[in-house]
Design a protein around this ligand. Structure first.
Ligand code: FDA
Length: 310
């Protein structure tokens, strides 16, 4: 990543987390609907009902889905409880529609930024409800400063519930070791490149080396017959995995974010592969929109097009 892009990404993520900015937008009668319209290129909407309706439609078309209630770094205990309760209501409604699918969450949304034990207990509650409803829970991976805590909570929770999966970031140098320690646990491992900026002593940038590491991680999991999710929009990487026959592995899912490369995912689905769409919803769509633009500045154009096109 060039230095300019690093600065741009940092600035945007800072803006995304700025509470004053957030409340200004929420109170603005002009900005709010405009930005929400832009965000809808990548986010289902603000409400659970919208998310469930879209999920239902996509399931009918043959996709697997993973619903994410957007949020992170929640420091207020009541807000963490509210997020946990939202997941419980979400699963209750999904279950009433026989949607035996996945919910995705960040531990810092349900307690980790308050204290680790809260996150652990909330995760157990969510996993229990998911288990009763034959659903799975996928944990996102956050900044490397949180990796140890996230993995510790995951390992503790998965000793009670086998329906929890975990995300591993290929760009982190530690991830090779982490995978060795996780492969004997039952949960699905979602392999991503990594969305957070990390120092060069901890992570490697987007490169062929990163793609080769990605392939190596996926291969290791396939050889171990472990449930794996390949979460990427990188067409070159996808072609390579397809040529190697990885997608014929019954326990492999190809997972993409809603609104990013739907054409590619549709083509893969038409070949009979397991294709999953990550569907984010919630009032914090602004944060999610900023993340997507920070990650891929061209998304600014896509978002604006969404506003301009009648
Ligand atoms: P890469 O970034 O190299 O992009 C390859 C190509 O894909 C681009 O050239 C472009 O064509 C397209 N593309 C990629 N991102 C795009 C975008 N935002 N908008 C438009 N086009 C885009 N990360 C993390 O750190 N922790 C996590 O828990 C998760 N969870 C997660 C779940 C799922 C289902 C997915 C798909 C991704 C994540 N990520 C994540 C994000 C992940 O780490 C990574 O930042 C993005 O997937 C982008 O990386 P790619 O592998 O797509 O490749």
């Amino acid at each position: 990543m060039t230095n300019d892009k690093v600065q741009f990404t940092r600035a945007l993520k800072t803006i995304a987390r700025n509470e004053q900015m957030k409340s200004y937008i929420q109170q603005s009668n002009e900005l709010y609907p405009l930005l929400l319209k832009a965000a809808k290129r990548f986010v289902i909407g603000e409400h659970r009902q919208e998310a469930i309706a879209t999920a239902k439609e996509l399931i009918t078309k043959g996709y697997l889905i993973s619903l994410d209630y957007i949020g992170e770094n929640t420091i207020d205990l009541k807000e963490c409880q509210k997020a946990k309760n939202e997941y419980l209501h979400l699963m209750e409604e999904m279950s009433s529609l026989s949607m035996q699918q996945t919910v995705s969450l960040d531990l810092s949304h349900i307690g980790l930024s308050f204290d680790a034990e809260t996150a652990h207990l909330h995760l157990l509650e969510i996993a229990k409800a998911a288990k009763l409803n034959k659903m799975t829970v996928m944990i996102g991976m956050e900044e490397s400063s949180k990796t140890d805590e996230i993995l510790t909570i995951y390992k503790k929770a998965t000793s009670q519930y086998d329906n929890i999966g975990i995300t591993i970031q290929t760009h982190l140098l530690r991830s090779n070791n982490d995978i060795q320690n996780l492969v004997d646990l039952p949960g699905r491992i979602r392999i991503v490149k990594g969305a957070y900026q990390e120092s060069s002593k901890d992570a490697i940038p987007r490169s062929n080396e990163l793609n080769n590491r990605y392939l190596h991680f996926v291969e290791q999991l396939i050889e171990a017959n472990h449930p794996v999710s390949v979460a990427t929009h990188d067409e070159t990487l996808i072609k390579e995995m397809e040529q190697r026959g990885y997608f014929r592995h019954p326990n492999l899912e190809i997972e993409m974010l809603y609104g990013i490369r739907p054409d590619l995912l549709k083509a893969l689905k038409s070949k009979g592969y397991n294709c999953k769409i990550y569907l984010p919803y919630g009032k914090d769509w602004y944060l999610y929109l900023c993340h997507r633009i920070a990650e891929h500045p061209e998304n600014l154009y896509r978002a604006i097009t969404e506003i301009i096109v009648p």
